[in-house]
Design a protein around this ligand. Structure first.
Ligand SMILES: NC(=O)c1ccc[n+]([C@@H]2O[C@H](COP(=O)([O-])OP(=O)(O)OC[C@H]3O[C@@H](n4cnc5c(N)ncnc54)[C@H](O)[C@@H]3O)[C@@H](O)[C@H]2O)c1
Length: 266
């Protein structure tokens, strides 16, 4: 019987690890970056928008953590490769990759595909695939060599219940997210013997604040949730931290729903 003191938080420590969180300039990604930094990781805050990334990185530094901001578009492989090289130069090799950058609409909105799929133009589809699927592949391709070399890696991709159960207004986004989850299962199988894990966290509706944009519509929507509230960035970040930590070292190839018991996705 061990006489070591009980300190469960040790199992979530990420000291000396370098973590990259994409699309971390706001929302879920910003909260994930903060959780990882709070657990001791040196965090690379990525976003397409440099000012957003800089603000989040500064807020982490102001709170006593270690973070730098590196802006780039994850859908561009050359930029992603340069970002990984710069991250390694400034902080060390990235061994935790959180593919959070995502976009439910070509212009960053959630309703730009609010016409039926059969009326959409094929040129509308590509932006969804570029960020939500190709972006994940780009980041894995650029980050994995260092993980394999170092014999340690955690890859966590944020997907959507739209991809697990379908979403009529977002069919291409849903397909891209389902594709990313499928890709991660193969990466898990390829990475396992190098001690690189690969998992997805699948979210339903996340709100940054309790402010209801349309209370009646929200109330209807919430009937589908066993736990009658929308999710928060904290709900997502806690699970990501677990998967990134030593406690997550035997979880791989999984898609973990974080969705308040969303009924169409149970
Ligand atoms: N919010 C939800 O209800 C919800 C539900 C299911 C899944 N998700 C997924 O969770 C993740 C985070 O969602 P969120 O609500 O925080 O999104 P958000 O739109 O608030 O933030 C996403 C961030 O990603 C950045 N980004 C977009 N495209 C990028 C690119 N090509 N390269 C780099 N950065 C880019 C944006 O600039 C933005 O700062 C996304 O993958 C999203 O698809 C969100």
């Amino acid at each position: 019987m061990t006489s070591e003191p009980l300190r469960p938080d040790d199992f979530l420590r990420l000291d000396e690890r370098v973590a990259l969180v994409t699309g971390a300039g706001q929302g879920v990604g910003a909260r994930i970056a903060r959780y990882l930094a709070a657990s001791g990781a040196r965090v690379v805050v990525n976003d397409y928008f440099a000012d957003r990334a800089a603000e989040v990185a500064q807020s982490i530094v102001d709170a006593g953590g270690e973070a730098i901001a590196l802006a780039c578009d994850v859908s561009d492989f050359a930029s992603v490769s340069s970002m990984l090289a710069q991250a390694e130069h400034e902080l060390g090799p990235v061994s935790i990759l959180v593919n959070n950058a995502g976009n439910a609409g070509a212009r960053g909105t959630f309703d730009s595909m609010a016409i039926p799929f059969w009326e959409s133009d094929p040129s509308d589809w590509q932006p969804f695939l570029d960020v939500n699927l190709t972006g994940v592949m780009n980041c894995c391709r650029a980050a994995m060599p260092a993980m394999v070399r170092g014999g340690h890696g955690r890859i966590i991709t944020i997907v959507s219940d739209a991809g697990r159960v379908g979403e009529p207004s977002l069919p291409v986004y849903a397909a891209a997210k389902a594709g990313a989850a499928g890709f991660m299962r193969s990466i898990a199988k390829a990475g396992g013997r190098h001690l690189v894990t690969a998992n997805c966290v699948s979210l339903s509706t996340i709100r940054d604040s309790d402010a209801a944009a349309d209370p009646e519509k929200d109330a209807r929507h919430l009937r589908d949730y066993t736990i009658r509230r929308f999710g928060t960035p904290d709900d997502a970040a806690g699970v990501v931290l677990l998967l990134a930590s030593e406690s997550g070292s035997w979880i791989t190839g999984q898609t973990i729903p974080v969705n308040g018991g969303y009924s169409s996705a149970l």
